[in-house]
Design a protein around this ligand. Structure first.
Ligand code: GDP
Length: 298
C-alpha cells in the first residue's frame, strides 16, 4: 500500500539536478516526502515537524558520494536520526534496575493495554533469562477476574503469584507482597496495578499510594502501540502524576507502522524497554530502535 521512502525520494531526486552536495532546495523538497511518510506511520504532527527540522539541519550541505544517490543519502540521514531519537540515552533497553533484593517493579497502564499479560511475560523473561525468582501480585481489587487472570498466567509460566485475600486494599496487597518477597527469598516482586478505561483521579491516587509503599526500582508503563497519539498522552499523564521509568509498547505485532514509538520517545523522553509482539507468553522482545526505524520508513 505504501511506497517506501527510498522509492519516493529516488523519484524526487531524479527530478532534481545532481550535485556533489545536497542543496537547501533539494533537501526541502525531499523532506516533504519524509514528513508524509512519518505522518502515514502515525507519528504525531508536531513530532514529525521537529524531526524533519533536525534532519534538514543535518542534511543541508551533506556530501553525496559517487556510491550513493542523493535520495539514498537523505534516507541514511533520516534513518540515523530516527535511531538516535528512538534509542535516546538508554544504553540497554532490555535491562531493568533490579539491583536490590527484593526489587519491586510497578506495572501501570490503562485497562486493555496488555498490562497483566505483559506482567506475566516479563516475569517469565526474568525467570528464564535472568534466573531471578519472581513473585507477581495483582492489585486490581475492583476486578476479581483480573486477579484470577494473573494467577492463571502464573501457573502457566511457572511463576509464583501472591495468594488472593478477599477484602484487601491495593496498598495492603502491596505490603503483603513486599513481606512475602522478603521472607520467601524472591529477587523481584511485580505489582500489577488496577487499570481503568481512562485515567481518572482515583486510578492515579491508588497507583501513587502503592508507589509510596513499594518504592519501586522500575515503574513500567504498558501502552497499546496501535493507539498513536493517545498512547503518548497517556504516557505524559502517567509520568507527570506517578513517574515512569520505562515504557512497554504492546500490539507491535499489529499492522501499525510504529510511529507511536517515535512520538513517545520525543514527547516523554522515557526509554522504551520492551515491545509486545502477540498474545503468547514468549511474545515480548527487547526494544530495538533499528527494527522500529525500518518499519516507520516502510
Ligand atoms: P490489561 O487489561 O491491560 O491487563 O490487558 P490484558 O493483559 O488483559 O490484555 C488484553 C488483551 O490484549 C488480551 O487478549 C491479551 O492477550 C492481548 N495482548 C496483550 N499484549 C499483546 C500484544 O503484544 N499483542 C497482541 N496481539 N495482543 C496482546
Amino acid at each position: 500500500m505504501f511506497e517506501n521512502l527510498s522509492e519516493r525520494l529516488g523519484g524526487v531526486f531524479d527530478r532534481l539536478t545532481k550535485q556533489g552536495a545536497l542543496s537547501e532546495d533539494d533537501v526541502r523538497t525531499a523532506l516533504r516526502e519524509v514528513r508524509v511518510a512519518l505522518l502515514e506511520a502515525d507519528v504525531s504532527l508536531p513530532v514529525a515537524r521537529n524531526f524533519v527540522k533536525r534532519v534538514q539541519d543535518k542534511a543541508t550541505g551533506a556530501a553525496v558520494t559517487k556510491s550513493v544517490t542523493p535520495g539514498q543519502q537523505v534516507v541514511k540521514i533520516v534513518h540515523d536520526e530516527l535511531i538516535r531519537t528512538l534509542a535516546g540515552d538508554d544504553p540497554e533497553p532490555g535491562k531493568l534496575r533490579i539491583d536490590q533484593v527484593p526489587a519491586p517493579i510497578l506495572m501501570v497502564g490503562l485497562q486493555g493495554s496488555g498490562k497483566t499479560t505483559t506482567t506475566a511475560k516479563l516475569a517469565r523473561r526474568l525467570t528464564e533469562r535472568d534466573k531471578k525468582r519472581v513473585l507477581m501480585a495483582s492489585l486490581d481489587t475492583n476486578r476479581p477476574a483480573a486477579m484470577e487472570q494473573l494467577q492463571i498466567l502464573g501457573r502457566q509460566i511457572g511463576v509464583d503469584t501472591l495468594p488472593i485475600v478477599p477484602g484487601e486494599t491495593p496498598v495492603q496487597i502491596a505490603r503483603r507482597a513486599k513481606t512475602q518477597a522478603s521472607l520467601g527469598g524472591y529477587d523481584v516482586y511485580m505489582l500489577d496495578t488496577a487499570g481503568r478505561l481512562h485515567i481518572d483521579a482515583e486510578l492515579i491516587a491508588q497507583a501513587a499510594e502503592v508507589r509510596d509503599v513499594a518504592n519501586p526500582r522500575e515503574t513500567l508503563l504498558v501502552v497499546d502501540g496501535l493507539t498513536g497519539q493517545d498512547a503518548v498522552n497517556v504516557a505524559t499523564e502517567f509520568d507527570d502524576k506517578i513517574g515512569v521509568t520505562g515504557v512497554v509498547l504492546t500490539r507491535m505485532d499489529g499492522d501499525g507502522r510504529g510511529g507511536a514509538a517515535l512520538s513517545m520517545r520525543e514527547v516523554t523522553g522515557k526509554p522504551i524497554k520492551f515491545v509486545g509482539l502477540g498474545e503468547k507468553m514468549d511474545a515480548l522482545e527487547t526494544f530495538e530502535p533499528e527494527r522500529i526505524a525500518g518499519r516507520i520508513l516502510g
